[in-house]
Design a binder for this molecule. Structure first.
Ligand code: G4F
Length: 341
């Protein structure tokens, strides 16, 4: 019988790549989505529209223990990937209460319901390099102390500790992936990489001229989400549960990302990028770069995308997505008699 998996956050970037990957491995894939998303799939299911006929979506909310309990009570799962979260760091400064509520209680609900109903189900928690925050050493590894710099980072440390505690106290097979930034064409538009590549596309096609950004000197270890979901799966296939850092080991500044993305489109970022204090954060994680040697050694995992592959794929995908719109706009202008060359 095909192994059955539950993914929270299946409509997000990582959830959609993970669903693609697990379907390719022959899993029966179930996901949780909020009622509001189920009512408007065209808008909320953009990343999973291509596989919606091959997965089962359950209505539920991370803010409600009964809804999580009910979904887990109706199906026997072999693996559970808990990816759902309020994951935008900047937003966590605006509304730390919602971030804490969803990220900490949501994780606790999943762990508690699994313990109650299916303690044998293996569970993955999406930890984050934001837990390292004001870093104590470089590169960061599994033994690096945490020093989170945002309500989001604090909530992820709490989720990490909850997961470790369920493992140690109740013997459950639950673990955390400490994933560094991971991107791709399905990334949300509010994150800096997608904000940059989508605006590069608009500038390239003459639909915009300016890109307003905050701190260009922040450095991140950027990998591709499709590579990182393979690591999540590998972690749950090990004989013993353990936590792993997943990273490329390379770091680049936001400025370098801009330079590269604009250059791919034949543009110079200095002609378009404007600094806007609005996008600065009250406390910043200045430098992240991970040491994934444990994942390489134990899981046999390594990334397949280079930094340049990642930026190129994102820019090209955003340009390709906009081109039909531009053609339509042009033909509408032509049919309205507005052919001014
Ligand atoms: O793309 P970001 O918003 O990602 P951030 O804060 O690093 O967090 C992401 O990665 C974490 C893993 O380390 C995840 F846990 C988390 O959920 C999320 O996926 O910002 C990256 C950097 C920051 O230093 C930010 O200050 O870009 C800088 N930045 C500069 N201008 C900007 C902007 N970030 C955004 N979002 N928008 C800007 O205009």
């Amino acid at each position: 019988m095909a192994p059955r998996v539950l993914i929270t956050g299946i409509t997000g970037q990582d959830g959609s790549y993970l669903a693609d990957y697990l379907l390719s491995l022959g899993y029966e894939v179930h996901g949780i989505a909020r009622r509001v998303a189920l009512e408007d799939p065209e808008r909320h299911f953009t990343r999973i529209l291509h596989l919606v006929d091959r997965i089962q979506i359950h209505s539920g909310s991370l803010e409600s223990y009964p809804s999580i309990f009910s979904i887990i009570s109706r199906n026997q799962f072999d693996e559970c990937y808990h990816l759902a979260a309020q994951s935008f760091v900047a937003e966590s400064f605006q509304d730390g209460f919602s971030t804490m509520n969803i990220n900490i209680n949501g994780t606790h609900y999943v762990l508690a319901a699994l313990k109650e109903l299916q303690p044998e189900c293996r569970m993955y928690f999406a930890g984050s390099s934001e837990m390292f925050g004001k870093v104590h050493e470089t590169p960061q590894r599994e033994t690096t102390p945490f020093h989170p710099r945002s309500p989001y980072g604090i909530s992820k440390v709490a989720g990490f500790e909850l997961t470790r505690n369920y493992r140690e106290a109740f013997g459950m097979f639950c673990l955390s992936g400490i994933l560094f930034n991971h991107e791709g064409p399905r990334r949300g538009f509010e994150f800096v990489t997608r904000k940059i590549t989508s605006t590069v596309a608009r500038i390239k096609l003459g639909l915009a001229n300016e890109l307003r950004l905050g701190n260009l000197e922040a450095k991140r270890d950027w990998g591709h989400a499709a590579d990182y979901v393979r690591a999540m799966h590998l972690m749950l296939q090990q004989p013993e549960p353990d936590d792993y850092v997943i990273a490329t080991g390379e770091t680049h500044s936001v400025r370098e990302f801009c330079e590269s993305a604009f250059a791919i489109a034949g543009l110079d970022y200095r002609d378009h990028v404007k600094i806007d204090k609005f996008f600065y954060r009250p406390a910043e994680t200045d430098l992240l770069v991970g040491d994934a040697s444990k994942a390489r050694r134990v899981l046999g995992w390594q990334p397949t995308y280079s930094f340049s592959d990642l930026v190129t794929e994102m820019v090209q995908s955003d340009i390709a997505a906009l081109e039909p719109n531009r053609r339509n706009e042009k033909s509408e202008r032509l049919s309205a008699g507005g052919n001014n060359g």
